[in-house]
Design a protein around this ligand. Structure first.
Ligand code: AMP
Length: 354
């Protein structure tokens, strides 16, 4: 079903991704209602309406559903049962299955392999016994990650010797985990794609991503990859999107290895930090294409208008934003967050390179 401009779009989550989705929705003529537990959230500041409530509250979900023609989300840890509750009688795009798969690293990697998408080798660690022999099977080093809840490097430990397996798991509080072999990657890349209601797909060029302290620092487009690599990444993104019967924008994070192979690290069922450059550098931004997809409108072209670098403004970096905004070909986005805590994404800027 198509949701026409004038209707209200519901967004679960009030962060910066919701804010930039709201800007894109307004440009296309939609109203936006945000559901978030946070007062004065980045998205709530500019949305037409905000429902301030816990994500699980059925009365709040009912209110959101009543106001909105379609409901989407801006972060992957939305409670799956809340999305399923809404999806019984309302349009929820992407469907809640995409949330379920991406919330658990074991489900996610199993889903990827089942759909013919390569990842590093991994094993489920649910109890102490599961660690037996893994030093030999996996080889060293490897990475132990909690199945749920980790982000920006939290909830994971690098294990360099089999003797560190048990202490590593204890450090993760013996939570259900996944052990992965360490990928000696040469680059971290991502591909963002949009899948429309009719199954049509649009791909953004691959971005090369640099992290500092486990947090994305810069994304550069286009990444320095050949056509074959781009085609392989697109093929993987297509398999994932089709496997999930996905509608909306999807991000796929990749490792490129020395021998030129590509492995998927993780997927995000939403617009993604490594695609923020698309606001100024692409014909259609990832935010606009997400809104177009979930409303059943045709996808916009993803042609790159300029090469670009996006840099995150983390914590106190935001205080330099006036100076940065004075630079040529540079566009600053301030997310409107009050407190510049260390490690907090406060804004970003994109520099167009040609
Ligand atoms: P993740 O939380 O899975 O996105 O991991 C955060 C970062 O840790 C990634 O961006 C990589 O830099 C690094 N990392 C995660 N898993 C692996 C792995 N299996 N091998 C090497 N590096 C990894």
């Amino acid at each position: 079903m198509i949701v026409s401009p004038g209707a209200t779009i519901g967004i679960i989550g009030g962060g910066q991704l919701g804010r930039m989705l709201t800007q894109a929705a307004h440009k296309l003529g939609y109203r936006v209602c945000i559901l978030t537990p946070e007062e004065n959230s980045p998205a709530g500041q500019i949305a037409d309406e905000t429902i301030i409530a816990a994500y699980k509250r059925e009365d709040a979900l009912d209110e959101l559903a009543e106001k909105c023609g379609v409901i989407t989300y801006e972060f992957e840890n939305v409670p799956v049962h809340a999305a399923r509750y809404l999806a019984r009688d309302h349009l929820v795009r992407p469907n809640p299955e995409a949330l379920r798969v991406s919330q658990n690293r074991l489900d996610e990697k199993s889903f990827l392999n089942r759909n013919g998408v390569p990842t590093t080798i991994f094993a489920a660690i649910n109890q102490l016994d599961d660690l037996n022999g893994q030093g030999v099977i996996m080889g060293m080093p490897c990475v132990l990650k909690t199945q749920r809840g980790g982000y920006d490097g939290k909830g994971q430990v690098i294990v360099r010797d089999a003797k560190e397996l048990v202490p590593g798991w204890v450090e993760l509080m013996r939570q259900p985990s996944i052990l992965e072999s360490f990928v000696p990657f040469t680059h971290e890349l991502s591909i963002i794609c949009a899948r429309g209601l009719n199954g049509s797909m649009a791909f953004y060029p691959l971005a090369e991503n640099d992290h500092q302290n486990h947090i994305l620092h810069t994304s550069t487009v286009p990444a320095d990859v050949n056509d074959m690599m781009t085609m392989r990444a697109q093929d993987m993104a297509r398999k994932i999107a089709e496997g999930l019967d996905y509608v909306g924008v999807l991000a796929v994070e990749l490792f490129e290895t020395e021998d030129g192979s590509l492995l998927v690290n993780e997927i995000a069922p939403r617009v993604h930090n490594s695609g923020h450059w698309s606001i100024e550098a692409s014909q259609t931004s990832q935010f606009e294409n997400h809104i177009r997809a979930i409303c059943g409108l045709p996808l916009g072209p993803t042609t790159l208008k300029h090469k670009a670098v996006m840099t995150n403004l983390i914590g106190d970096d935001i205080h330099q934003s006036d100076d940065i905004a004075a630079r040529d070909n540079t566009f600053v986005h301030d997310y409107g967050k009050e407190e510049a805590r260390p490690g907090r994404k406060m804004g970003h800027f994109t520099t167009l390179l040609d």
